[in-house]
Write a protein that binds this ligand. Structure first.
Ligand code: RTP
Length: 148
């Protein structure tokens, strides 16, 4: 089953939105495989956002992401990468529809509360980066109610 990496960013944690975000992914039917609150290092964030290193906003992005703890989660489910991105909304919250997480809870691109992997290969790279000890699958009876 496909997996994705979701991170509640420091502003999302500080605003007490972890439970709301977790609830939305769970109620959609995605299965929670891992969850951890951590204080990310600069090195880990630079690795996570390696594709954005040349962007002018990169230093501010890393600074923002180090402004407090983050909560990382791994979810599995049918096409969870695409579905998860839809739930999150657009990078700029102003372009995010109400009903999406960014559309419901934030306004500014520099404080957009959540990250979700944008492709299956980057999801696997991010899961390995943030959960270096591995993530175990487990069977859940609930999953049988979601798929034909
Ligand atoms: P993320 O990786 O955090 O899920 O966000 P994303 O795919 O929607 O957007 P991406 O282009 O990967 O950008 C990563 C994060 O960088 C910040 N950003 N700031 N000031 C700016 O113009 C700007 N553009 C991007 C945002 O926090 C964005 O989520």
């Amino acid at each position: 089953m496909e997996r994705t990496y979701v991170m509640v960013k420091p502003d999302g944690v500080q605003r007490g939105l972890v439970g709301e975000i977790l609830k939305r992914f769970e109620q959609r039917g995605y299965q929670l495989l891992a969850l951890e609150l951590i204080h990310p290092t600069k090195e880990r964030l630079e690795e996570h956002y390696q594709d954005l290193k040349s962007k002018p906003f990169f230093p501010a992005l890393v600074e923002y992401m180090m402004s407090g703890p983050v909560v990382g989660m791994v979810f599995s489910g049918l096409e969870v990468v695409k579905g998860g991105r839809k739930m999150v909304g657009e990078t700029n919250p102003l372009n995010s529809l109400p009903g999406s997480i960014r559309g419901d809870f934030c306004i500014c691109v520099g404080k957009n509360i959540i990250h979700a992997s944008d492709a299956v290969d980057s999801a696997e790279r991010e899961i390995a980066l943030w959960f270096p000890n591995g993530v175990k699958n487990y069977s859940s009876p609930m999953q049988g109610l979601l798929y034909e």
